[in-house]
Design a protein around this ligand. Sequence first.
Ligand SMILES: Nc1ncnc2c1ncn2[C@@H]1O[C@H](COP(=O)(O)OP(=O)(O)OP(=O)(O)O)[C@@H](O)[C@H]1O
Length: 695
Amino acid sequence: MAAGRHGGYRGHGVVRERELDLGASRRSNEHHHRHRHPSRHRDSDRRRDGDWGRDRELSNGYSHRRSSHPPQRSRSSGRAEDREPGELSSGSGSEESGGRPLKVREQRVNGVAGVSREGGAPSPIKKRKHSPAIWDRNGSKPQVHDVVRSIREVDTVVAELPLPPPCPLPDVSMLASMAGGRSPMDLDVSVDAQKIEQLQELENTRIMEDEEEYPTMRNILTSRWADADEEEEVVPKKKRSVSPVDSVKRGSTKKVTSPELGELVVGKNSREGPSRSSDSGVVLGSANGDLEVDRGDYMDLEEETGDDSSAGRMLDTDSESDALRSRTPEPTWSPRRCINMLQGCRSVDEFQRLNKINEGTYGVVFRVRDKKTGEIVALKKIKMEKEREGFPLTSLREINILLSFHHPSIVDVKEVVVGSSVNDTFMVMEYMEHDLKGVMETMKQPYGQSEVKCLMLQLLEGVKYLHDNWVLHRDLKTSNLLLNNRGELKICDFGLSRQYGSPLKPYTQLVVTLWYRAPELLLGAKEYSTVIDMWSLGCIMAELLSKEPLFNGKTEIDQLNKIFKILGTPNEQIWPGYSKLPGASVKFVKQQYNRLRDKFPAASFTGGAILSEAGFDLLNRLLTYDPEKRISADAALKHEWFCEVPLPKSKDCMPTFPALNEQDRRIEKYMKSPDPLEEQRMKEQGSIGDRGLFD
Ligand SMILES: Nc1ncnc2c1ncn2[C@@H]1O[C@H](COP(=O)(O)OP(=O)(O)OP(=O)(O)O)[C@@H](O)[C@H]1O
């Protein structure tokens, strides 16, 4: 099975030969070129992005002899304004459509899923979601100093909004009708939509229940994507710890609190570790001194002490929060509601366990056989917080996104199944033989350029699809990229993903595994968008080419130093706005620009990673310091590198490997970047020697 249909594992000692696989490449290039680069696209791309063939200075500060590339359209003035956030589109939201979601038809280009613009054919999966931006229309942001007024305003705002009414608590009859008395396996696409609705209801129910607990914290009750406005909430303050980010911004007079960069506010039993979400419990200090909260972060958390009221559970008491607290009803969460929501799902007993694939921070993944159909699938058991009853909201988000999104580069979630209790909930996913991290650890030589192109194209297609649909993945890394022996790459693990809206809002910085975390996050930027994912893609591209993580820092400071060492220390000139970032006040050693080419030369006599001029240009664009200038997924897909020899390898010709996921994974001995939650836990336990940038 692991050998795939190629009759055996293709070894990886012939990388360079593969580069010369020009026959297939040429064919696929013609095809690729026809579909991916029709002249009208190229013209418009050039108009927008400039001709990258002329001399220019790279936006990460490196002077480079290729062409100047004018800054891309401003992220705030591009798609974000043109298209209503939350509008689901599988197409490329390019300028040709004025940024509106295009009606597209998916097609395979060189074995890689692509999209083409289609005049009128509606996308079968086009779907409108409720936009977080809707909630911003008044531009009002509740202030900490006026919590009581905010409470009233929240009520008013909620009453005004043209969104669906608050979802009723689910009941058995609703669920019975949802399931239609049939197995979820029998459900067709329309019923699938019902399942998604059900998940949305459940997510909303959780939000509502939290609202019941914290009525003053929530101003969005009904939107499935309500959490996207996470930081608009107003929370009474409690000084748990002081963030150097805030110190930098506000000096020593700060009144409100922010945990340290990415600090996780843990539940009542901190020894049990943080909540399911990396976002969970993260409190952000806003520039104006108000306290802003990452919405989802409260969902799964319990009070720190039993006698704390829920509204003030993470925060120090002051008179406002006391007043607030006195109005706060006791938590009313009932696990029964969750159980009800899961009725109609098949039982996990209908699957035969074959082996445990891997255990991540948030779930355990098993390889199983569907007893009914014989199909091999992956089951991800959702880890529940021990400290609190209830279904983790972030797991709901992950299920919700994965059930909603269908794309060849995104792992397909088929259904949700349950065990004997609500604590045993599983996502049934298509089974993939490997993840990219595991594959690279077993490879003797790194991928060649044509293979990297094949993988990067698939990855970019998936990321473009997410961004077009207003979702940030926020944890792109090699272990979250699954591979099968048909050469297909799929993005998984949407545990940290989140919808974003326009205008940009502050989000928690504690996202993205350290090694793949964008510099603006490391430096404490509170507003970020899709380009944080693009930085991760740059790190992944470099890792594919060299088989080594590009920046493997141990702490935030170490990570920044590693980045600066290779790309140079940024300054206001190459990154306008840099000096205003909280972390920029730290005196970093001045490093010269830009040593990336040393790592990826155009030719190598030692068998090291090589990268053409165009490939290097793309890598530089992905690793551009200034987020405004960093390349988008859409533009990256059209990059010249994918059109030059060696052409992207077709998926069918990609190397195959023994299926790692058919064995229980050994304890990982490999260098591993802690994920954001793990990182937080280590910080709390003091096991990161070199404290973080803002500690
Ligand atoms: N559909 C799948 N098929 C095969 N293996 C999978 C599948 N989904 C996940 N895995 C394996 O399980 C691992 C963990 O999965 P996932 O990243 O979804 O869990 P997690 O708990 O969120 O992990 P993390 O700690 O990295 O955030 C993946 O790296 C991959 O090796």
